[in-house]
Design a protein around this ligand. Sequence first.
Ligand SMILES: *Cc1c(COP(=O)(O)O)cnc(C)c1O
Length: 347
Amino acid sequence: MFDLKSIVRPNIWGLKPYSSARDEYSGKEAHTFLDANESPYNNPYNRYPDPLQRELKQQLAALKGVRPNQIFLGNGSDEAIDLVFRVFCTPGRDNIVTIEPSYGMYEVCADINNVECRKVPLNSRFDIVADSLLEVCNDRTKAIFLCTPNNPTGNTLDAGEIRKVLELFSGIVVIDEAYSEFSSQPIWRPEIDKYPNLIVLNTLSKAWASAGIRLGMAFAQSDIIALFNKVKYPYNINILTQHQAREILSRRPDVEDWIKLTINERLSLMYAVNELDICQQVYPSEANFFLARFKDANRIYNYLVDEGIIVRNRSRVKLCDDCLRITIGSPKENTTLLSALRRYYYN
Ligand SMILES: *Cc1c(COP(=O)(O)O)cnc(C)c1O
């Protein structure tokens, strides 16, 4: 049912990609590199980075349980999201489907690429119904974007409904798992071998504590990854990022500790916020943030700003009236937030 060629933009399918000096020669034996017009000075920054990030992908492949040719690395997940549009969607013609509320970049990338974005509201449990998503698709729908755990609601989406979408939709299904390390639910990355239309997104920006280096990952079958590599900028991941990514990936025990601490803090902070008189509801979370409904979210938001504490005001987002999205910080930061909220209560 899924036929990759039939959903890729014809100009991309036929594209002859730029071939860089480092593409044409990537062996290790040589010692004198006079092929790329680089400076011989200021080592190691004088050299172009590996365009396919082979060493980093080798390390990631072992960690993530995939093959290196099933990995695309981007300048943040945002690059991978944008590539879905540039590879699959013909501007002014095709459309994508996503859920509402969710991560804003899917719609922004659609707008930038002049691709229609069809948004299907989540139900009252902030969950999806496969049929409602499939219903709005037509023969010009190239991709469905899902996010689980979802941002800003914090919950994971129903696995049975996701599976139904994967099986019944003949275009690309993107599952953004930016927060999966904080979740107790099964992840989707191992399913790429089973579903030729699945792209799973991960990032170093959240659990891996490296938002500043900009490294996002897409996992899919190798034919999709090959298309991404053909379209991306040749040297999209700089050597500083490649180096720092390998460093943090080698500190997995530390990262595991940070994740455990964040999950423990999530439990106690959610409990404490729920106890506040000004809080109407705390929504379940499998992420490093949670959504909470307050009596007057705008006023509380402004009060916190005055206190020097910034949370995310989501009160103008569909289904999120009077909601603030609160990131789990360090124990000290969480205490600071809580005591400010308790003081507001006595205002
Ligand atoms: C934070 C976040 C990302 C990460 O984006 P990067 O560009 O990798 O920093 C991706 N998806 C969602 C839903 C997010 O909330």
